[in-house]
Design a binder for this molecule. Structure first.
Ligand code: HEM
Length: 182
């Protein structure tokens, strides 16, 4: 799908607030070489994770993020699903300012690249819950900038996206979705 190779709408790195700063530090809302760098870091970080569900409730909104948070080395992983739920609502468009949740989540993130670590949890939250619940497509649409216009791109034929921005966690997402009890 060629339109998915068009640039994404960028988050403003100078916008005020912890959530806006977090969003601008993710791979998802930046273009060019910085996208390549951040994405490569994420892809590498996702390799060889050990998934441990011990002690966690099995709901689609809780288990995937808690297991991923534990695997990535967040402190208090069972606190992350609630914080990330608040962030995930505002994440795709940037409408909303869950600054307190962002601050609390970043405080529990590993020291290296805390925003990119947290991006993995935010990306996982709604998409993996929808996948586990059988919603199709789990992520209904994404956005690109084409000839200066913001366009919505439906994902019916590409549930995990396509091209240089396709989801880097397809196999992991399926594994996590298979661990829940909807
Ligand atoms: C463990 C769970 C998941 C993680 C950690 C994760 C992570 C990510 C990350 C980091 C990106 C951004 C890639 C980039 O900036 O280049 C991404 C993109 C994407 N993810 Fe996932 N994801 C997960 C689950 C899912 C699920 C279940 C779906 C839907 C079936 C999904 C659909 C997508 C799509 C469509 C994109 C591309 C968006 C676009 O091109 O605009 N993800 N994911």
């Amino acid at each position: 799908m060629d339109v998915l190779e068009e640039p994404v709408p960028e988050a403003d790195p100078c916008a005020p607030g912890e959530f806006a700063r977090f969003r601008a530090a993710c791979s998802r809302f930046v273009n060019g070489p910085e996208h390549t760098r951040r994405r490569a870091w994420l892809v590498h970080r996702l390799e060889g994770l050990t998934l441990d569900t011990d002690g966690f409730a099995r709901s689609p909104e809780f288990l995937p993020v808690a297991v991923l948070a534990r695997a990535l080395g967040f402190s208090e992983p069972s606190e992350l699903p609630g914080l990330v739920a608040e962030m995930a609502r505002a994440y795709p468009t940037g409408a909303g300012s869950p600054d307190a949740a962002t601050r609390e989540a970043l405080a529990r993130a590993p020291r290296e690249e805390p925003e990119l670590h947290l991006q993995l949890l935010v990306q996982a939250y709604a998409a993996t819950a929808a996948l586990a619940r059988g919603v199709e497509p789990p992520v209904p649409a994404t956005r690109r900038v084409v000839d200066g216009e913001l366009v919505t791109v439906p994902l019916d034929d590409h549930p995990f996206g396509a091209g240089t921005r396709r989801c880097p966690a397809q196999a992991l997402a399926r594994t996590l979705a298979g661990m829940v009890e909807p």
